[in-house]
Design a protein around this ligand. Structure first.
Ligand code: ZN
Length: 310
């Protein structure tokens, strides 16, 4: 069966070391790749995920030491939400407090319990308790017991002037189905229950547009099982929605095309293969700085300008 859903979420952050500490130590994700922004190699690109960095578990950051804070608004991602096992929210509420991260009072959304909090840059995050995911892969290399570890993304929520045009692309191109409405939020879901299978569209006409910066999401990438599926999606975008994507870019760990969706967000279509074990051993992911081939000859200069993080 074709796997659909979110492939990865990429956001902007402040200081690299603080970002690394929060996601690996407080949230217990695995750093599955330490590389640079291929389009701006003076900036790191950190990838966090489960033990292998499976599609649907990957949150990535471009950290800048002196980044200005962004502002959430129309045409931006409002919240990035992770899944935890059904009985783990109590553990997490306690852990966040212990780590000095304040969280909001748990809420019910679409019948699920949601614990919202923010990262050190003010990026909005949440954990949702999901039944039946205990057996899914989880990184056990942190101090968080594997039984409570994050199991990839639950969802992202997008803030939009109008939700219908974005919803049409989720349904027609990325294999999502509208499954419910609650207030101003329409939920879209893929048919299987794997990580990254939900996108919530919040209609919030009249809000100010967002401002990119630390604590805001740069783009959302959706999964394509192969290059052929990616090409079909590109074709559908052009044919049914009048949208052209960029040319295909080799990101070493996947191949990507990008487009601006009708609500103003940057979307990407990323292939599932080859994944993160393509240039370092699966048991050593994230340990050394990996550079794409075209930057390898500049390694010394690049390393000399990147902040020291370990
Ligand atoms: Zn991306």
């Amino acid at each position: 069966m074709r796997q659909n859903g979110i492939h990865h979420v990429t956001a902007m952050a402040g200081p690299a070391r603080r970002n690394l500490d929060f996601y690996t130590r407080t949230l217990g994700l695995r750093l599955v790749k330490k590389t640079v922004n291929f389009d701006d190699p003076s900036t790191y690109h950190f990838y966090y995920g489960d033990e292998a960095g499976h599609p649907g578990t990957i949150l990535t950051f471009f950290p800048w030491e002196h980044a200005a804070a962004g502002r959430i608004g129309i045409g931006e991602t409002q919240e990035t939400v992770f899944r935890v096992p059904e009985n783990s929210l109590g553990y997490w509420a306690h852990r966040l407090v212990e780590k000095g991260v304040s969280h909001e009072v748990p809420q019910k959304r679409f019948g699920e319990t949601v614990l919202s909090f923010r990262d050190p840059d003010g990026m909005r995050l949440a954990l949702v308790a999901v039944p039946g995911i205990d057996g899914e892969p989880a990184w056990d290399g942190s101090d968080i017991p594997a039984e409570h570890a994050i199991r990839g993304f639950h969802s992202v929520s997008l803030l939009l002037e109008k939700t219908a045009p974005t919803g049409a692309i989720l349904s027609d191109v990325f294999g999502f189905t509208e499954v419910g409405r609650e207030g101003t939020v329409t939920r879209y879901k893929v048919s299987d229950a794997s990580a990254g299978g939900i996108v919530d569209l919040r209609e919030a006409g009249g809000f100010l547009p967002g401002r990119p910066g630390a604590g805001t999401v740069h783009h959302i990438a959706f999964r394509a099982a192969s290059d052929a599926v990616q090409a079909e999606m590109v074709d559908k975008l052009a044919r049914n929605h009048g949208i052209r994507t960029t040319e295909k870019k080799d990101r070493d760990y996947f191949r990507a095309v990008y487009f601006r969706e009708p609500g103003g967000l940057l979307f990407e279509i990323a292939t599932d293969d080859p994944g993160f074990a393509v240039d370092e051993a699966a048991d050593a992911l994230g340990q050394s700085l990996k550079l794409p081939g075209f930057l390898e000859s500049r390694r010394e200069a690049i390393e000399s300008v990147l902040p020291v993080v370990a």
